[in-house]
Ligand binder design. Structure first.
Ligand code: AHM
Ligand code: MG
Length: 341
């Protein structure tokens, strides 16, 4: 073949990566490829709306509130419905649940039920939409525990360590699809000229210790003294680096955790005197991101136990989150438990 071939040697599309990953598992049915392909298609449709949001005035608030009491913006609603519709007929899912809906989302009766359950946060960080800041979609996949028919609550309310895949899509300066099926974390960047996600970040590994912390420090006054001592520690000169940690906070969890995974450090949203469980949702945010960060060699805890070991009791429960480099999460835990002061 000519050395001037226009086809690069190592052009790995998301689809090829998923299919090749499946082929390495004897007995794989191809359902996973179908599922992840459905999510990537939905994400491209969401991205199309996100990029033209400012132009067509799709922004603006609807009258509805979501279950957590936030006003839902139209783009959230669009993402929510688009993902549901892209996935409801594939035959791989028995049930879905979304951060924007109080109850389970069932598969329409005229479509078959499959063996997986999908949970998603359709548009994380949506408070940032108007400022053109990176937002994203987060997803989490479980194998059903009930035998057949429409999925039930127990298919969804499983601890995070039972996830069989998780990922997120970033709508930022470029669009990225990051996922894991338990064999490393892989990132793909959309080439808009051909409409394909191309492998750009193979086997992401989070540094063992970082130099950045990411949190909404405006909440300091509501934190317990252990938390306040921890953040004072982060601001002291680190003898190893000769400087304190740097603070970075986008306010889109998905983007803050993406940066943390690439550069190392820690993201946290602690509980406080007003909201003892913090703000983030275990099933739609903490669990999928904890699964990915652990797969990348990092750690995640609620301050007491590993995020992925929390037994959920309701769809929309909130939980504190400390996530990132292994050493940084363990230092945080030492402060929270009072071992370090
Ligand atoms: P949401 O946008 O899906 O409602 O998610 C909650 C968001 C996270 O993306 C982000 O980390 C957090 O809320 C920011 O909260 P705060 O404004 O309190 O810092
Ligand atoms: Mg969110």
């Amino acid at each position: 073949m000519s050395s001037r071939t226009p086809f690069p040697d190592k052009l790995i599309t998301l689809e090829r990566h998923i299919i090749e990953g499946e082929h390495s598992h004897p007995g794989a049915t191809g359902e996973f490829s179908g599922l992840l392909h459905g999510i990537s298609l939905a994400a491209k449709l969401v991205w199309r709306e996100v990029t033209k949001a400012g132009l067509v005035n799709i922004l603006g608030k609807t009258d509805r509130m979501n279950i957590s009491g936030d006003v839902i913006k139209k783009l959230d609603e669009f993402a929510d419905v688009t993902i549901y519709k892209a996935m409801d007929h594939l035959g791989h899912l028995c049930v879905m649940a979304s951060e924007e809906n109080e109850d389970l989302l069932h598969i329409p009766e005229h479509y078959p039920n499959g063996k997986y359950a999908l949970l998603f946060d359709p548009l994380d960080g949506s408070g940032n939409i108007d400022a053109n800041v990176t937002i994203g979609t987060i997803f989490s996949i479980y194998r059903r525990v009930t035998a057949s028919g429409p999925g039930k609550m127990e298919d969804v309310l499983q601890p995070g360590h039972r996830q069989v895949a998780a990922g997120y899509v970033l709508y930022g300066s470029s669009m990225m699809f990051v996922y894991s099926t338990g064999h490393g974390v892989h990132g793909f960047t959309l080439d808009p000229s051909v409409g394909e996600f191309l492998l750009s970040h193979e086997n992401i590994r989070i540094p063992r210790k970082g130099t950045i912390y990411s949190t909404n420090e405006g909440n300091t006054g509501r934190w317990v003294p252990e938390m306040q001592r921890y953040v004072s520690y982060l601001k002291k000169e680190d003898p190893e680096t000769g400087r304190p940690y740097s603070a970075r906070y986008i306010g889109s969890l998905v983007a803050d955790v993406h940066r943390t995974m690439l550069y190392g450090g820690i993201y946290f949203y602690a509980g406080d005197t007003k909201n003892p469980n913090g703000k983030l949702r275990l099933m739609y945010e903490n669990n999928p991101l904890a699964y990915l960060v652990e797969e990348a060699g990092g750690a995640s805890t609620n301050g007491r136990i590993r995020t992925l070991d929390i037994q959920p009791s309701s769809l929309h429960e909130r939980s504190p989150l400390f996530i990132g480099s292994v050493d940084d999460v363990s230092i945080a835990q030492e402060f929270l438990s009072g071992k370090r002061v």
